[in-house]
Write a protein that binds this ligand. Sequence first.
Ligand code: GDP
Ligand code: IMO
Ligand code: MG
Length: 431
Amino acid sequence: MKNVAVAGAQWGDEGKGKVVDILAEKFDYVIRYQGGHNAGHSVVFGGKRYALHVLPSGIFHADTVNIVGNGVVVDPFALLKEIEGMESKGISVTPERLKISDRAHIILPYHGIIDRWRESGSGKRQIGTTGRGIGPAYEWKASRRGVRFCDAYDMGHFRQRVEYEYTAIREIYGDMDELAEWPLSRVLEESCAAVARLMPHVIDSVYELAEARAQGKRMLFEGAQATLLDVDFGTYPYVTSSNSCLLGITAGAGVPPGAIQRSIGICKAYTTRVGKGPFPTELHDDTGTKLRDAGHEYGTTTGRPRRCGWLDLVALKYVQHLNDFSTLAIMKLDVMDSLAEVKLCVGYRLDGEEITRFPAALDALDRVEPIYKTFPGWQTPLHEVRRYDALPTEAKNYLAAVERFIGCPVGLVSVGPDREQTIFRHADLFN
Ligand code: GDP
Ligand code: IMO
Ligand code: MG
């Protein structure tokens, strides 16, 4: 039995949704283990594009059970909207196909309000969050003030918990305009109604997954965000509030470390970042614009333009130390088709000295200058390539340089958004 984990190797939006969707049919379970509806995972097949936020990307496969793990923070309004959107497109999201851990924390309206209020201030405190209440929901969880789905097994108890938290919040944040639109009566009425509609999906996922493991069922763990947005290992404080690298799986899904046999690091052939924070290889020139245009680099969740730059191997090597991915999936190689030359960052210069480590301190990261190795571009459309051997030599040389530097095979190459536009190089890694 091989359970597989998929996680982002950069700053998000690498194409995790596409890879999970492709692999999901071989798995009994697809499990999200962290994040919330700050995520936007796109899946394209049959000429249609689907955007997933909290629903795991296994939802398109009739026989796959999708689990929203205990480590996810769930906005009941957003999830209901997402379910309705899927149902309207003919994708059924029954309680048999979507299960939510009863230990998952609930994002309540005041979390989003606090998140947006903080971001609306000026100056250095802005992170560029998605404004979805993710950070405050994790804060409430860590400060032991969170409300979980299991609290709603008894709706009277749930109401009491929400009322208590709301009252405390009003005392501290009473002057926030948006809060005035959410008096206690509205928070209670709407939240209770939304949570009640989700309760048929709520289970104790610890037992479900323990039984599934005992029966040899296969699990695919789907990460949201990415390693460089991880609250411990990312470019803090410009990060999300969960452990979004592989290290978050055991705590966020409720499985022991031995439950994961293989892992796939999802990485674009270049780099993007949305929101604020350091980005050593960011391009502010025509090439950056070309990458943004060719890659349609606008956020799935917020529509914000993504910042674009060259692939940073110093950052990727750091990411590999943390995750020890069995294989890399290099996505969006086709986006670089028209470039005459392509670059890989193979080192940094910090205060005149060459370094190969990704610094923890933000001011150092802000100051580093990338050292590049330049490669000739392939200047051939890759959309229709389906075999690794058929890639142009220039593209293969570029990928080989990534493999050598990182010490991890490139087992999958993606040359377009569609399921079909995928090259499996080491098929055995995906069985
Ligand atoms: P995720 O958050 O990691 O799931 O990634 P997103 O879905 O937010 O962003 C990836 C974007 O790139 C989506 O619009 C995908 O449809 C698209 N995409 C994925 N793989 C490829 C690829 O190989 N080539 C191109 N051109 N687009 C891709
Ligand atoms: P997927 O799963 C890219 C970024 C936000 C912001 C920071 C904190 O689609 O790859 P938050 O709302 O989480 O408190 O915002 O993290 N961010 C993402 N960037 N992809 C994502 O998800 C992201 N989720 C959060 O832009 O910089
Ligand atoms: Mg995304």
